[in-house]
Write a protein that binds this ligand. Structure first.
Ligand SMILES: [Zn+2]
Length: 242
């Protein structure tokens, strides 16, 4: 049985940096709905426009891009997010580049989050969940960790930021999405119904008939690992700052 750790997010600010609209809501929706009730502020950056995520034969990339943007804006509103930034890269082709890292560093230096939510880049596949992790998830996870350490922290990196008034910034707390290796479990028993409501906003991505059962079951299975009725799990990492 894994021990439940308790993290107090009050007075802290988070930034979620994900590959696609809906990633955050699936991985951490209930936790963030719970934090919203505590008055915790946060924002989201979405690297791709999600324009390939459909099996619908009647849809074009152009249409899907718009649909997913609108779905995300509504989901962000339900989560009470302060900002939703879209980087606009094409779906399913995200690469770990200096250009991507610089864009992330700029946002980190201007928003100055204490906490970052992103994908664990070491999650290549999951035997437990019978899945290969999407390459965009791995790419954004790696780019974000690099952006936080050392790129955003060291002032001489991307020096033009400082000239434009953006000082360096050190993110200390990380919540990474890795369903196999979670070491932190948030009790979300009272927020599962709301999470399902949140996911239903992403109409283009879910099956309305099955989503409720899938999410409820997933939260129960995660909870079992730590003796909670329903939980979301993360790899939690705290950096030493001195
Ligand atoms: Zn995704």
């Amino acid at each position: 049985m894994l021990k439940k750790k308790v993290f107090d997010p009050k007075g802290k600010r988070f930034l979620a940096i994900t590959a696609h609209p809906d990633d955050l809501d699936f991985a951490a929706g209930a936790t963030l709905l719970k934090w919203k009730n505590l008055g915790v502020k946060g924002s989201i950056v979405i690297a791709t426009n999600g324009d390939k995520g459909s099996h619908d034969k009647n849809i074009t990339s152009e249409k899907l891009k718009e649909i997913r943007k609108n779905e995300q804006l509504r989901a962000s509103e339900m989560l009470g997010l302060e900002n939703t930034w879209f980087l606009g890269y094409p779906d399913a082709q995200l690469e770990i580049t200096q250009e991507l890292k610089e864009k992330i560093v700029k946002i980190i230096r201007s928003y100055k989050p204490d906490i970052v939510f992103t994908w664990d880049p070491t999650l290549v596949y999951s035997i437990e969940k019978h899945m290969i992790n999407h390459p965009d998830h791995r790419a954004i996870g790696q780019a974000v960790l690099d952006a936080c350490f050392p790129l955003a922290r060291d002032r001489l990196i991307f020096e033009e930021h400082e000239k434009n008034g953006l000082s360096s910034h050190c993110v200390t707390d990380f919540f990474l999405f890795n369903f196999d290796k979670s070491n932190y479990f948030e009790d979300v028993s009272e927020f599962i119904d709301k999470k399902i409501e949140l996911l239903k906003i992403h109409k283009s991505q879910i099956n309305e008939k099955t989503i409720s059962g899938i999410i409820t079951q997933w939260a129960r299975e995660t909870g079992k690992k730590t003796n909670l009725p329903s939980a979301e799990g993360f790899v939690y990492l705290r950096l030493k700052t001195d």
